[in-house]
Design a protein around this ligand. Structure first.
Ligand code: FMN
Length: 327
């Protein structure tokens, strides 16, 4: 997710979900090929496995960008065919590409020829006035024919005219059943469901009829949901991670990055939601947001903000029980 799932965020999320596949932000071919590739592609082995999401529409450019991915250690290369942002549409990629299945097929074929990594596609169920039944089938069949075996489907339409990117993530209704019909028609393909999954139980229910689920906003805004998603999907009971352990590890990481010239805010902003739902969360968020913005802020701002959290609240129930037992 743009501006969210950068390498610092992934470093944090990896502590919470050891085996989930994490995705980069969308990286455009222009940035990779004409900018500093290292800046956009380099990541730490501790984040693995990571899928690189590319944004682009030119087969040659996408092939050249995909060719770099294995060398950087990525596990997968994903082509974005779901982003409705007007900036992306101007470059005629993202969701606008769904109107050109043959072009996407050519992109996928070129990428597959350039990298040994799996090449996957993320898309919507349709765009604008298109009928999702025929449109999605036509798109998926053409792209699968070019060798794409995995589709991550954000189960709503993208309205390229009239809705902002944010509205495009909430206004068009979710239609999981449309994606289920795709899976039924193409059982040979791996179909990953995305969109509106906020509860681990819902994730497990949907994972039973798809090949997996992708969780976006909930994982970012409420990071402690990640171990719950992971445990429920893996069929084990969730062990609530100790936020103080996470805080210590991320404060240490922020300090190491700080010595390389990375502002601590670039790391710690991803932890603002860490305490959501726990006693002291609001004060934690407020103090952290204010303190991390200071130019001389260090990893300690995180430890200080954590003083608002109750160590007994590792499991919110045990905190309530402990408080109730006080004289
Ligand atoms: C801030 C933000 C940035 C996003 N950036 C991307 C992106 O770069 N590539 C992409 O495929 N989807 C992007 N998305 C869409 C999400 O990946 C996801 O498809 C969408 O939010 C629906 O899933 P959710 O309901 O689990 O969040 C972004 C979403 C948000 C909120």
């Amino acid at each position: 997710m743009m501006d969210w799932t950068d390498r610092h965020c992934r470093r944090f999320h990896r502590l919470l979900a050891p085996s989930a596949l994490l995705y980069t932000e969308m990286v455009t071919t222009g940035a990779v090929l004409h900018g500093r590739a290292d800046r956009f592609l380099a990541f730490a082995p501790e984040e693995s496995p990571v899928a690189l999401q590319l944004g682009g529409a030119e087969p040659d450019d996408l092939a050249r960008a995909a060719a770099l991915a294995a060398g950087y250690g990525y596990a997968e290369v994903n082509l974005n065919c779901g982003c409705p942002s007007p900036r992306v549409q101007k470059g005629c990629f993202g969701a606008a590409l769904m109107a050109e299945p043959d072009r996407v097929a050519a992109c996928v074929a070129a990428m597959r020829a350039a990298t040994p990594l799996p090449v996957t596609v993320k898309c919507r169920i349709a765009i604008d006035d298109e009928d999702p039944e025929a449109f999605l089938d036509r798109f998926v069949d053409a792209v699968a024919e070019a060798g794409c075996g995995t589709f991550v489907v954000h189960a709503r339409k993208a309205w390229l005219r009239g809705l902002s990117p944010k509205e495009n993530r909430t206004v068009p209704p979710l239609d999981y059943d449309r994606v289920a019909r795709l899976k039924a028609r193409r059982p040979d393909l791996e179909i990953i469901l995305n969109g509106g999954i906020v509860a681990p139980e819902a994730a497990a229910r949907e994972a039973a009829r798809f090949d997996g689920v992708m969780v976006g906003r909930e994982a970012y805004q409420n990071p402690l949901s990640l171990p719950r998603f992971a445990a429920t999907l893996e069929g084990r009971s969730a062990i609530e991670p100790d936020p103080f352990d996470l805080i210590e590890r991320m404060a240490g990481y922020a300090e190491v990055e700080g010595r390389k010239g990375v502002p601590v805010k670039a790391v710690l902003r991803h932890l603002l939601g860490l305490a959501n739902g726990r006693p002291g969360a609001r004060a934690f968020r407020r103090d952290l947001a204010a303190a991390m913005a200071a130019p001389d802020a260090g990893g300690d701002v995180l430890r200080r903000a954590a003083r608002h959290l109750d160590p007994l609240a590792s499991d919110p129930r045990s905190c309530r029980e402990a408080k109730a037992a006080l004289p």
